[in-house]
Design a protein around this ligand. Structure first.
Ligand code: LMR
Length: 334
């Protein structure tokens, strides 16, 4: 009798704990909060959604990815702090925003005219230079998973920007990058660091008079509504590093991490495939409003912009590292 009771109790205990662990899975999937600052219908916004879909499918629901676009959860600087504290697990900040973290080398991507084309940029991000840059994040408690594209930037203002002299004393919004600060000063402008989520209002109120960004960011934030002129200068690049909290990432079961890695690779290929198309469409949409004039520079004007901004590469050597700039230029020239 005693034996039967003991056996029954054991069976109940096993069944109960199985039910509990099943319940625990159902109730508590692994949650990845993915915060970003741009609109859902930008290259980054769409790729974040694609990653969510692929990651949830591949892990059969054991992982739930919650995407928070448009600075809904955190603004630029706050989101990096939130990632380090573990309040969010995944971000894709622009490469111009890693300086305050103490990894200034990422600002190399902001150097004016460093990449003659997207293909050459990709050879940097997908090769040893890209890998060694991501490695630098480890000591900050961050793991870098991938580079995502946006595209080359345009300049905008309420006056036509055709020559470097047109920038004189113009208050231009920049991201928090010392290279971008130097770039605007090289043009004679007065750079102002502002969070992405504050740009529209700052343009509206006149806190800043102009800005630089990719057409997709400009259009989806309606910045063009506050700017009468956009110059297609392609003077610099805007891209991202997709990053995760290292402790969180290292603590994942191996098979989950592998599935997420694969989902990230697929989402990255998708992102790179749509970025240029989205930027071309956004520039066209801005042009079509008829309210913002899109300016194309003549070869002579392009040469003047270059002459004004290329010296920034040299001036920033002590901050970014002479060797890194040289190896990027070398890779870009291959
Ligand atoms: C900006 O602040 O202008 C961009 O970094 C926003 C973004 O994430 O593309």
């Amino acid at each position: 009798m005693k034996l039967r009771l003991a056996l029954a109790a054991a069976v109940v205990a096993v069944a109960f704990s199985a039910a509990l662990s099943g319940h625990a899975y159902a109730q508590a999937p692994i949650v990845i909060k993915f915060s970003h600052v741009v609109a859902r219908d930008t290259p980054k916004g769409q790729a974040a959604e694609r990653f969510k879909l692929l990651a949830e499918q591949a892990t059969k629901g054991r992982v739930k990815v919650e995407v928070y676009p448009n600075s809904q959860l955190y603004k630029d600087k706050e989101e990096l702090e939130a990632l380090q504290l573990g309040a969010v697990q995944m971000l894709a900040p622009s490469l111009a925003k890693f300086g305050p973290l103490g990894v200034k080398e990422f600002e190399a991507f902001d150097l004016p005219y460093i990449f003659p084309s997207k293909a050459m940029l990709n050879s940097v991000t997908e090769g040893p230079i890209g890998r060694s840059l991501l490695k630098k994040l480890e000591s900050k408690g961050i793991t870098g998973l991938a580079f995502w594209d946006n595209g080359f930037k345009v300049m905008s203002a309420n006056k036509p920007l055709r020559k470097p002299a047109d920038f004189k004393d113009l208050r231009m919004r920049i991201q928090s990058s010392k290279v971008l600060d130097a770039q605007m000063r090289a043009l004679g402008a007065n750079p102002q660091v502002l969070a992405f989520s504050d740009v529209y209002q700052a343009l509206q109120s006149g806190v800043v008079e102009g800005t630089e960004n990719t057409p997709s960011n400009m259009y989806t934030q309606k910045m063009h509504e506050m700017q009468k002129y956009v110059t297609v200068s392609n003077h610099g690049y805007l891209g991202y590093a997709v990053i995760v909290n290292k402790k969180f990432w290292d603590g994942l079961p191996t098979e989950i991490r592998r599935a997420l890695d694969n989902a990230m690779q697929e989402a990255t290929a998708y992102e790179k495939a749509i970025a240029q198309r989205d930027n071309d469409a956004a520039l066209e949409a801005i042009r079509k409003t008829g309210k913002t004039q899109v300016i194309t520079l003549t070869p002579q004007e392009q040469a003047e912009w270059r002459a004004a901004m290329v010296p920034v590469q040299r001036a920033m050597e002590s901050r970014i590292g002479k060797d890194l700039i040289a190896s990027m230029n070398k890779q870009a020239a291959k």
